[in-house]
Write a protein that binds this ligand. Structure first.
Ligand code: GLN
Length: 540
């Protein structure tokens, strides 16, 4: 029977609950246990799909097409276990299901209440789709004391009662500040946070204390005493230099050992930390850098392209270079500045995106990459804009565009039914838009003797998608005649998946999001190859 580990946070947000859960997941998995990690988000959005990256960071897409919280990306990257739709739930989803059921008369006239109906639905989520897992780690978003988290905390309290206290472990992550003026480490916020948790009926079994410096024994004793937690279960996590150090740091602090001890399990084997040590070393010691420009709408927000930033770092790790990201806001990029802003970059990347703002700047930058033979990677919207650039400047289709941005353009990119009707182009209508995203894993056939085949080394690949518009397949011959090759295509030959330029050292566009599948211990081949090309680029 699965054992459940609940991870809550206190004092302040952004303490690294996701990273702690992911690191624990790795340590347990590496000892041969089957692990699953899930996230409960207290906000009222049904899923993060419609949330702005400005507010909430990236939307992480799973194999089965769920649009989820970016913490699931951390989990995947650290544990290499593919997350599923059933691993992320929000208050909004719970309420929306409950209200739908109520409208159908599903509650047979009973009063529908937070307890038991909402809490029951949360408990259902915790148990759902679990078969032979040894450990299920559930992270509860938000901070203890928030109104929104209350039903989740009540549900996990009930769950531990139903499931058996010995099969449910509570980990509470708090902040232990250091006060410079008095040269002291303060444990009071942690005491208060645990008190708050206990007032809801949850006694944490392990307290992880995030701190800028090591916590002296005396202070740990104090936390142990006031929080009613064994001293061995007061675990510190001191800021690491790179996130890849986190599994090593938690192992040194014996987090996994204490977890196994709680469940009265003997460790099967020592976790393998060698790969993390290796990459930590590379990340911290590498001197040589390559400059990569990312030109997008949300570049100034730290987490808006989380998986992409990670994947580029992974590409750097596999080439033993540091990737220096130069973030350029696309709507501030004027054509006359292109040269000066992109003068010292060795690679240009246009990420996924939606909407018209900043597109002309992106198109200009793509032209610069094509003409100056600078390695270029276009992801999803980035690929679509590369097609538009080529159509306008090489195929001389002046009105070439994407119908997402201009309903009166010549749709090089558009909704597929705009050109699938008897081969004739018809104008898309707004009603086509609702709930029509292509989400999750889809196959692509790779063409022989192409750059992409050389990179992946497979005939068929599977990658994650999140887009609504497609490249107009009817234009394939026109593009190919001029040297832009459709080197990856859907198995039914309908949807172009990958494009590449023939006479260019490295110019590739992909309709999917390869960044979601890159792992620090297993960098994605496309990013490794892109950074390799950037490393050997010596243009100018
Ligand atoms: N806006 C484009 C589309 O919907 C691209 C989406 C993306 O880059 N993820 O097709």
């Amino acid at each position: 029977m699965a054992r459940y580990i609940f991870v809550t946070g206190g004092v302040v947000s952004s303490l690294g609950k996701g990273l702690s859960s992911a690191s624990l997941g790795y340590l347990l998995r590496s000892q041969g246990y089957k692990v699953r990690i899930r996230k409960m988000d207290p906000y009222l959005n049904v899923d993060p799909g419609t949330m702005s990256p400005f507010q909430h960071g990236e939307v992480f897409v799973t194999d089965d097409g769920a649009e989820t919280d970016l913490d699931l990306g951390h989990y995947e990257r650290f544990t290499d276990i593919s997350a599923k739709q059933s691993d992320n739930i929000t208050t909004g989803r719970i309420y929306s299901d409950i209200i739908k059921k109520e409208r159908r008369g599903g509650y047979l006239g009973k009063t529908v209440q937070v307890i038991p109906h909402v809490t029951d639905r949360i408990k259902e989520f915790i148990r759902k789709d679990i078969t032979n897992e040894d450990f299920v780690i559930c992270e509860i978003g938000g901070t203890v004391g928030d109104i929104e988290s209350l039903p989740f905390l009540e549900a996990i309290r009930q769950f531990s009662n139903d499931n058996g206290r010995s099969k449910s472990l509570f980990i509470h992550l708090t902040f232990v500040p250091f006060l410079k003026s008095s040269d002291e480490i303060k444990t009071k916020p942690t005491q208060h946070s645990v008190k708050e948790l206990r007032s809801i009926g949850i006694q944490p079994d392990i307290v992880i204390c995030r701190s800028q410096q090591s916590i002296p024994l005396d202070q740990r004793r104090k936390i142990s005493l006031f929080c009613n937690v064994d001293i061995a279960n007061v675990i510190e996590t001191v800021d690491v230099k790179t996130i890849y150090e986190a599994p090593i740091s938690f192992f040194n602090q014996k987090l996994d050992k204490q977890v196994l001890k709680f469940f009265k399990i003997k460790s099967k084997k020592r976790p393998n930390l060698l790969p993390w040590k290796k990459i930590t070393n590379i990340v911290l010691k590498t001197k040589r850098t390559v400059n990569i420009a990312i030109i997008g709408k949300y570049v100034n927000l730290k987490d808006a392209y989380k998986s992409l930033d990670e994947a580029l770092t992974h590409g750097g790790i596999s080439n033993k270079v540091k990737v220096n990201l130069i973030r350029i806001e696309s709507d501030k990029l004027r054509s006359k500045e292109i040269k000066s802003k992109l003068n010292n970059v060795s690679g240009i990347l246009i990420p996924g995106g939606f909407g018209k703002r900043g597109t002309e700047g992106k198109i200009e930058a793509i032209r610069y990459a094509r003409e100056k033979r600078i390695p270029f990677l276009g992801i999803c919207f980035g690929m679509q804009m590369a097609m538009v650039e080529f159509a306008r400047n090489i195929l001389k289709i002046k009105k070439a565009g994407s119908s997402e941005l201009d309903k009166n353009c010549f749709p090089v990119i558009g909704l597929i039914d705009e050109w699938n009707k008897d081969g004739k182009i018809i104008k898309g209508t707004d009603k086509n838009l609702g709930g029509t995203m292509r989400l999750g894993l889809y196959e692509a056939k790779l063409r022989n003797n192409s750059a992409i085949k050389n990179i992946y080394k497979y005939n068929i690949i599977k990658e994650r998608h999140r887009h609504r518009y497609e490249v107009n397949i009817n234009l394939m011959q026109k593009f190919e005649k001029k040297g832009l090759i459709f080197s990856g295509i859907s198995p039914d030959n309908q949807l172009p998946e990958i494009i590449e330029l023939k006479n260019h050292p490295w110019f590739i566009g992909v309709q999917f999001h390869p960044e979601f599948k890159s792992r620090p211990l297993n960098p994605h081949p496309l990013f490794s190859s892109f950074i390799k090309a950037a490393k050997s680029f010596n243009g100018k």
